[in-house]
Design a protein around this ligand. Structure first.
Ligand code: GRF
Length: 210
């Protein structure tokens, strides 16, 4: 059976969605860079091994990346899942896990990379917003896209109401991507996403529907 590790920094609701989805693989560990991450307690209560690699304990970004890689490699994972992991990882770290390192970002990439995506979407006046699961490459929030979910931006939305609508869809698409990967249906081939037996949706999402 394949195994995966999940990296978190905080709440861990995407981690919960993936573990609860009973994807076809074993979660070997949940690793946080922050000792206070709420998701650690949830994972431990589920019997999932947890570890902390505190970025504050490392003298440099490179030292942190090395310590994190050492912890990950103890589990020899087939897949490394970044789920609300709020540290930028260096190029050599990303290269080490190329093709088996995925992330979720709360926007329809390539729109709104970086932080504060929901406020940025509202400021831009977009009608459709969403979330993206992608393979991680050294450039921030720009790796090959695996799956996206779109949600409407509604009158009166605040960054918080929009974030909640997007988060509900994150919990749908991230387990799906992990499931595909662990089934061996999803891979990165020369920088392109290959997904076999892809279920094809039909039609269009138009907002406002009018
Ligand atoms: C999610 O919105 C994720 O897309 C972003 O940070 C948030 C993490 O939430 N990178 P959680 O820790 O999974 O609840």
């Amino acid at each position: 059976m394949k195994n995966y590790v999940i990296l978190i920094s905080g709440r861990g609701s995407n981690m919960e969605a993936i573990i609860d989805a009973q994807v076809p693989g074993r979660c070997a560990a949940v690793i946080s860079n922050r000792p206070a991450a709420a998701g650690l307690a949830w994972a431990a209560a589920r019997g999932v091994p947890t570890a902390v690699v505190d970025h504050k304990a490392s003298a440099s970004r490179e030292a942190f990346d090395a310590a994190l890689a050492a912890e990950i490699d103890r589990h020899a994972p087939d897949l490394v899942v970044l789920a609300g992991f709020m540290r930028v990882l260096g190029e050599s770290f990303v290269r080490r896990y190329e093709g088996r390192l995925i992330n979720i970002h709360p926007s329809l990439l390539p729109a709104f990379p970086g932080l504060h995506t929901h406020a940025a979407a509202l400021a831009a006046g977009v009608r459709i917003h969403g979330a993206t699961v992608h393979f991680v490459t050294p450039a921030l929030d720009s790796g090959p896209i695996i799956i996206q979910a779109a949600v409407p931006v509604l009158p009166g939305d605040s960054p918080d109401t929009l974030a909640a609508r997007v988060l509900a869809q994150e919990h749908v698409i991230y387990p799906r991507a992990v499931d595909w990967f662990l089934q061996g249906r999803l891979r990165l081939d020369q920088g392109r996403v290959v997904l076999t037996d892809e279920p094809m949706g039909a039609g269009a999402l138009i907002v406002p529907a009018g």
